[in-house]
Design a protein around this ligand. Structure first.
Ligand code: IMP
Ligand code: MG
Length: 179
């Protein structure tokens, strides 16, 4: 990592080791039935592809586009669906795969939307959790790492669409990214 604005918070090795553990745990918890992994675009796509491959069972993969944040670092509080699912969820076990839970606004909205599709079960897996920032209580069944209240980028997470392809989770120096 040569960018002076970035400092590594969680290395690629730690991310991959934790995802292997989560994949094993989720595979054990869902030993039968149709399991749908719902990737929340765009941030969660790196997590989804590694998590799906760490699982020892068949899964369905589908994508949902949600917009909450603008180009900066603060939420607008508004949530809207920008791309809907292709596959029906009726009677299926559904796991929402998200990059990070911050205020909880996005996931609260999404749970409400997906419950109406009549899944058999509905749970959340998030790579990162910033519990200090929560505004809406939301139960996250599978969490990769709890992190402090810092703005992070990498492994799918962006600042103004940049830094998603870093293989580590990095803190972005405030000087490099004014709010
Ligand atoms: P929430 O609705 O406040 O929980 O926001 C969740 C969404 O905000 C995530 O899916 C991310 O897209 C974005 N987000 C929250 N915190 C960060 C961060 O530290 N870095 C990059 N994106 C973030
Ligand atoms: Mg997101």
């Amino acid at each position: 990592m040569t960018d002076p604005k970035l400092s590594v918070l969680i290395s690629s090795e730690r991310i991959q080791a934790r995802i292997r553990e989560l994949g094993e745990q989720i595979s054990r918890d869902y030993s039968s039935g149709n399991l749908h992994l719902i990737c929340i675009l765009k941030g969660a796509c790196f997590f989804l592809t590694d998590l799906a491959r760490a699982m020892q069972r068949d899964v369905f993969v589908d994508f949902m586009g949600i917009s909450t944040y603008g180009k900066g670092k603060t939420t607008s509080g508004e949530v809207k669906v920008t791309k809907d699912l292709d596959i029906s969820l009726e009677g299926a076990d559904v796991l929402i795969v998200e990059d990070i839970v911050d205020s909880g606004v996005t996931l609260t909205y999404l749970l409400h939307v997906l419950e109406q599709r009549k899944p058999r079960s509905l749970r959340i897996a998030a790579l990162l959790d910033k519990p200090e920032r929560r505004l809406r209580p939301v139960e996250v069944k599978y969490v990769g790492f709890q992190i402090p209240d810092r703005f992070v980028v990498g492994y799918g997470l962006d600042y103004a669409e940049k830094y998603r392809n870093l293989d580590a989770i990095c803190v972005l120096d405030d000087a490099g990214a004014p709010a």
